[in-house]
Design a protein around this ligand. Sequence first.
Ligand code: PAF
Length: 289
Amino acid sequence: MSETFNLYLFKSEKQLTPFLQKEKKEGKKIGFVPTMGALHRGHISLIDKAKTECDIVVCSIFVNPTQFNNAKDLEKYPRPIEHDMEMLLAAGCTVLYLPSSNEIYPEGKPLLKEYDLGYFDKVLEAAFRPGHFQGVANVVFRLLKKVESDILYLGRKDFQQIQVIRKMIEIEKIPILIESCEIVREASGLAMSSRNVRLSEDAWHNASVISQTLFFLVEKRNEFNSIKTLRTEGIKRLKAIPDSILEYLEVCDEETLRPIEIFIEGKPSVILTAIWVDGVRLIDNVLIS
Ligand code: PAF
């Protein structure tokens, strides 16, 4: 027999807070999955993880305007709310928090706090999306203040975002645990992303070369005589994807995101990339531990 679930929908903090406070008073553990909607199996894997560790799972859907440095990207961001709600219900998520822009940015034109995110705000994603991480740090701070969860679940596809959120949490001294969760992939290896729905059938197929390239580089890393030649090979393969523009392919220290010149035993590293395929910006990464 299949289980049936209820999904509480709260559009304001006024409704959300009393509900969560009651649960917390009863000693319930709260898990939080912040999203911008257009949910896919990657998001649902975070809900599933949260369900195994928490009593109450809150998912937020808010397409945060302050993290888009490109107005077209914001406009084109998919917003299939009915479908999202069906997915959350089927997944057994407890609460959907669906705030308005006014609820998150009551000051009207968002007044962003300037976080000192150091190196994380200068390289890779930050270099190509100026202001993006300030928007992310600000919105996640505002969401965390409202949800006050015990655990925050984040997907590892947005690798640099996790570092940025860790830094913001450290600066704001928020008592919360972060769980960084595995990337969920299509059978082709393509990392699941809300943006994938914008790919044409051909582009969707071509985009699988991104993860194939990353996996190839990890598997063959010891056959290259340097990280420089490994990068060159990776760049060559990614640039060969039809209708693509490569932004970066970097091999970095997993903790600092500084580029590395050699792999060191016991020091985890990560290969990260961002590439436009068919006018859609895709990111992916693989860990080397
Ligand atoms: O990863 C996302 O979907 C967003 O950046 C987040 C963390 C929900 C903040 O808007």
